[in-house]
Design a protein. Structure first.
Length: 477
């Protein structure tokens, strides 16, 4: 990769350095103006990828060299720019760009990368990169590296959300930066000329870009189940019989809604994997792209899983608080009074005891497994696993959590669904509705576990393709 890098980075080097610095053998030299947080993260990543880095500071003697990795040279701004083979990063806030005009001569002909972000959305102003290009007309300004966080830059994390967007009016300079980004482990995307730079600068300001869909889905599910529950147990009894159950809205209704949302959201984490498997089985190849909606859904599984976990945690806390309610105390007292009046000594029903113990046990175990899943979804923990371990945890334990959650719900409902009293106003119990999708997912997974399907899928995932995808000459041969 590094050899690929050398040619374009070295080619076209146009240093007017009057006093060039001695260059160590090794990777190409990249310079960074500014010694702040972004500069440090960038230097760490560049050094790890085999580049030599020279940081240019207004006052190099003031910098704590221990903050930068070994091999990073800290010089004056002028010396740093002089020593750059071709690429110079401006890791300085845009309001200070004008202080760099003294470097115009040194920067002439070099690729000047602007990494700054906008401070406001939709301001309609000229972008920072366009301002920089105006200040340095003889440099080739490229906009890019607006990753969401400097942490991602340092860690080199790259999934869909770690894509770096690059734009410039100079195509050769843009190619150089695209290649540099690739060498750093990012997925760069060419988005055109410098006129696109405002959009790139605004990208880090958009809040939680990968969370919008999952949050909206969870919210819609919440509204549906909360509305359904309120209608069935509060609004209709009030309109029909004048029963006032409105006090249930803040706690009881919430606590019944949250597990339903958690269960359906958890099913939505595993459903796209099944759909993807069905696509691959039907197509007989893994080399055809999934439809965009499925790709998008697959990329949001982690967010959906974490939102499901949040609902589970809230459900656990709400459940623990149920007995603290004043209404719970009254219910207990009323039951005791009725028992005494009926002269019943022991009202314990063996079946009910079993039911509640099994229901609680499955709930606690499911909660434990989901906690494990949530912890292993953190990059710092997940990185400690190899691929098989990670797949086992995320898929094997994931389905275990789903099964335990379904059992928890089934034990909660017990045989209640078979009595007409559970269907007031012809509305089925909510837990039955919440079980539909998770059960479909579980049955679908069991179906895919059939040996004929598992073996075919395993073959496809190892690169096998059905005959209809073979090139014609191969078929003839
Ligand atoms: N693309 C991305 O994802 C990200 C981009 N950024 C961008 O990177 C740039 C730097 O951010 P960051 O490193 O966090 O900021 P810092 O404040 O940590 O660092 C800025 C550096 O600029 C240098 N500098 C040069 N001239 C001046 C001046 N006149 N006044 C003040 N400082 C000056 C200073 O270095 P010295 O004193 O050594 O000269 C200072 O350390 C910003 O434009 C920011 O928007 C930041 C985070 C993420
Ligand atoms: Fe529960």
């Amino acid at each position: 990769m590094q050899n690929d890098m050398k040619t374009p980075l070295l080619a076209g080097a146009a240093s007017d350095a009057s006093e060039p610095l001695p260059r160590c053998p090794g990777g190409p030299v990249i310079s960074i103006i500014g010694s702040g947080d972004f500069s440090r993260s960038l230097a760490i990543r560049l050094v790890a990828c085999g580049f030599r880095v020279v940081v240019g500071s207004r006052n190099p003697n003031r910098i704590d060299r221990g903050l930068f990795p070994d091999g990073v040279d800290i010089r004056s701004q002028k010396e740093a720019v002089d020593s750059a083979e071709r690429v110079v990063f401006a890791a300085v806030y845009p309001e200070h760009y004008y202080t760099l005009v003294g470097l115009r001569r040194q920067l002439a002909g070099k690729v000047l990368v602007d990494v700054s972000s906008a401070t406001r959305l939709n301001s309609g102003e000229q972008s920072n990169a366009e301002k920089l290009a105006e200040l340095f007309p003889e440099s080739r300004v490229v906009k890019g590296f607006n990753v969401i966080s400097a942490w991602a830059l340092q860690a080199g994390v790259h999934d869909g959300s770690r894509q770096v967007l690059i734009c410039s009016d100079c195509s050769t300079s843009k190619d150089t930066v695209l290649q540099l980004a690739r060498s750093m482990g990012f997925s760069p995307m060419d988005v055109g000329g410098l006129c696109q730079s405002r959009d790139i600068e605004e990208a880090p300001l958009i809040l939680f870009p990968s969370w919008g869909g999952p949050i909206l889905t969870t919210f819609i599910l919440f509204l549906f189940f909360y509305g359904y529950n309120s209608l069935k147990h509060i609004l209709l009894p009030y309109l029909d019989k004048g029963q006032n159950n409105f006090h249930q809205l803040p706690l009881v209704t919430m606590n019944e809604t949250l597990p339903a949302v958690a269960l359906v959201t958890l099913a939505l984490v595993y459903l796209p994997g099944l759909v993807a498997a069905v696509f691959q089985l039907c197509r007989g190849t893994k080399y055809k792209r999934f439809p965009r909606w499925l790709d998008h859904w697959l990329c949001r599984r982690k967010q959906l899983g974490l939102l499901s976990f949040l609902c589970v945690v809230l459900h656990a806390v709400y459940s623990m608080c149920l007995t603290l309610r004043r209404a719970a105390g009254y219910t207990l007292l009323n039951a005791a009074y009725h028992q005494v009046k009926a002269d019943v000594e022991n009202s314990s029903v063996g079946q009910q005891v079993w039911r509640s113990d099994l229901y609680l046990s499955c709930g606690i175990l499911g909660f434990g497994v989901l906690t494990l899943l949530a912890i292993t979804s953190l990059p710092s923990v997940g990185n400690a696993f190899n691929w098989r371990e990670f797949t086992f945890v995320q898929s094997g334990l994931g389905y275990t959590a789903l099964t335990l959650s379904i059992m928890h719900t089934l034990f909660f409902g017990w045989d209640f669904a078979f009595f007409p009293v559970a269907y007031p106003y012809y509305l089925p119990p909510m837990y039955l509705l919440a079980l539909i999708l998770p059960c479909i997912v579980l049955v679908g997974r069991l179906f895919l576990a059939l040996p004929c399907l598992t073996l075919r899928l395993a073959k496809i995932r190892r690169g096998w393709e059905s005959a209809r995808h073979w090139p014609r000459n191969n078929q003839d041969g």
